[in-house]
Ligand binder design. Structure first.
Ligand code: GLC
Length: 604
């Protein structure tokens, strides 16, 4: 019957009944509307539970896409080393898309925002371009270059879907015994102020632009000024000094439109930053007018009362202090339960919960996550690209600081016999440092790239012999130059604190001694996250180069050693004559081995 009616073209619905009106999408899904209206409309539709969950950031390994979506969690992060298997950009994009697909498939369809530490390139992903750490970039004194590095990093991060980069660290390192010294651009506020250009590289012209990722000004505030350089320690300074030394980079970050801030683990005069309303609300959001979102550090709330774990009181104190998003890798359910009960008890006002949600949702709308939630895989081709490797090489060249040279440098390319030695001459992991594939980094072939030895071999002419032995076994007086690459093995955060001195390790001392005994003119290259104590070695060395943590482009070091690039680097940290001088900084009246701003070049 129906078929014959249809065949006869009979209208099944009387002409008088018009087609049902198209269902209008809710205002918050209308990209033509101003963001603030979209936020207001969306928040009106959210329950208390939705809003509390929006303030939670869970670690990838402690949840699943389905569970995170079911709980309506606002954000996911990968902590250092938390990579999918296999660790490829495509696999990261698949992981990201799984979380995002689940998030947008919920009734309100609020996308998640995924954060990682891409602090010297997209260092979590195998095959990415790993740039020099900030301590080297600070020595380059080239903010325009640093902005380009930010852009390259944003592209390689976007290739994996990730929208939020917990970078840059705008810390001002005042004591190089601190394990995070290499994350600092230098000891003066202007080092971080001038290199805050990286924010514009990361965020692009607008957050909604191609490959833009949300940047994070961290760690607010005073992490580089703790007593003794103790990581997460106590910064015991006046407010005047805090404002003069540690605040300027954060003011600059706000001027440059940074979208998020991360609170610091340290205390300021005995009060943990994570519970300090004066710093987060009165100073940052009030006086400085920051309108973006403030995220806690990893379980940072737990430290407020000095006891393990967090209590309802700590939850309340940190929420009311002005933190908007809570990086609670695994105990997020308990945190949400406490927040709800504290709200119901009247100790957390809804106005604070609304302020946090408004800030978080504003960034998600501005990033375009509601319109384009999934990975733009067109950026996969940028991961480890030739163009980014060339940029990394230039950054390595500009970050090398020549501290001594009696003429041994530049090395002759032709008709030479060069012996290369040292634990850091042929070790990608050591030259990349911490925050590389894993949180702490690791020695050995951790990432693809060129070691310093690779660079030397590639630069030397055919008529030059380049020999290598890590311990300098086999060196003799037939060689015209020895290049000994020494320094540190990788570390991150507190595991890199050096309360017992900044001496070279026994292996380096043994290698140097063996080379010294031959009388071969010796160039020492220090691959480290900070200055080390070389006072005893310097007098007999013919040349000495601070290479910092160069990353994948070891050839950039060779460019300087052979004079293909004349060294231009200048110290962004004072070089102590010994660890007992720390803290040593420009203007403090002490006489360092090399002063801030020191750096030689080649005469000819
Ligand atoms: C770490 C660091 C912080 C990082 C965060 C997420 O503990 O302090 O710099 O962004 O946790 O990995």
């Amino acid at each position: 019957m129906l078929a014959s009616l249809l065949a006869a073209g009979t209208a099944l619905v009387p002409a008088s009944v018009s087609a049902a009106p198209a269902v209008k999408p809710p205002l918050y899904k209308d990209a033509s509307k101003p963001v603030f209206q979209r936020v207001d409309d969306l928040m009106r539709r959210m329950s208390l539970t939705d809003k509390i969950a929006q303030m939670m950031q869970a670690e990838r390994n402690a949840t699943t896409p389905a569970s995170a979506a079911k709980l309506r969690l606002g954000s996911i992060l990968s902590g250092g080393g938390s990579s999918p298997t296999p660790n490829t950009a495509e696999s990261w994009a698949d992981t990201y898309d799984a979380y995002q697909r689940a998030a947008v498939d919920t009734p309100l369809g609020i996308p998640t925002i995924y954060g990682v530490d891409a602090v010297h390139g997209n260092n979590n992903v195998y095959g990415s371009t790993v740039f020099p750490h900030n301590v080297g970039l600070g020595a380059a004194h080239d903010p325009a270059l640093v902005q380009k590095i930010g852009r390259a990093t944003a592209e390689e991060v976007s290739a994996t879907g990730v929208d939020w980069d917990f970078a840059p660290c705008l810390c001002v390192v005042r004591d190089e015994r601190w394990g995070r010294s290499y994350e600092s651009f230098g000891e003066k506020p202007e080092n971080a102020v001038s290199n805050a250009t990286v924010i514009n590289g990361l965020q692009g012209g607008s957050l909604n632009g191609p490959a833009s990722v949300l940047a994070t000004a961290k760690h607010f505030i005073g992490d580089g000024g703790t007593t003794g350089g103790v990581d997460q320690g106590n910064t015991q300074i006046s407010e005047k000094e805090l404002r003069a030394v540690h605040l300027p980079p954060f003011s600059e970050a706000i001027k440059r439109g940074v979208g998020s801030f991360m609170v610091s683990f340290n205390s300021w005069n005995g009060v943990k930053d994570h519970g300090n309303k004066y710093l987060i609300t009165d100073l940052l959001k009030g006086e400085l007018g920051f309108t973006g979102l403030v995220v806690s550090d990893w379980n940072g709330v737990d430290q407020i009362d000095g006891q393990p774990g967090f209590t309802p009181a700590e939850v309340t104190q940190s929420v009311n202090a002005g933190i908007d998003m809570f990086m609670v890798p695994s105990d997020y359910q308990k945190f949400m339960d406490y927040m709800k009960s504290e709200y119901q008890a009247g100790r957390i006002p809804m106005s604070r919960i609304d302020d946090a949600n408004r800030r978080i949702l504003t960034k998600k709308f501005e990033l375009g996550l509601f319109e384009r939630p999934m990975t733009d895989r067109s950026y996969l081709q940028t991961v480890g690209s030739r163009e980014h490797r060339a940029l990394a090489r230039q950054a390595v060249r500009e970050s090398q600081v020549l501290l001594k040279n009696d003429g041994a440098l530049p090395l002759k390319k032709n008709g030479n016999r060069i012996f290369v030695a040292g634990k850091n001459a042929n070790d990608m992991g050591n030259q990349a440092g911490g925050w590389t594939i894993s949180w702490q980094g690791q020695s050995g072939p951790a990432i693809p790239g060129s070691t310093i030895l690779d660079g030397i071999k590639a630069s030397a002419g055919k008529s030059t012999k380049v020999a290598y032995d890590r311990e300098a076994d086999g060196i003799d007086q037939s060689y015209q130059a020895a290049v000994v690459v020494i320094g540190e093995t990788p570390y991150a955060e507190g595991q890199g604190d050096r309360p017992n001195g900044l001496n070279l390790d026994p292996e380096d001392l043994a290698t140097l001694a063996k080379v010294k005994a031959t009388g071969v003119p010796t160039v020492a290259v220090l691959v480290s996250g900070r200055p080390l104590d070389v006072s005893k070695q310097l007098p007999w060395l013919n040349a000495f180069v601070a290479s910092w943590l160069p990353g994948t482009a070891g050839e950039g070091v060779a460019d300087v050693l052979f004079g293909d690039y004349k060294p231009t680097g200048k110290l962004a940290v004072s070089w102590p004559a010994s660890a007992t001088q720390e803290p040593v900084n420009a203007g403090d009246g002490k006489k360092p081995l090399f002063p801030y701003g020191f750096g030689l070049t080649y005469r000819k």
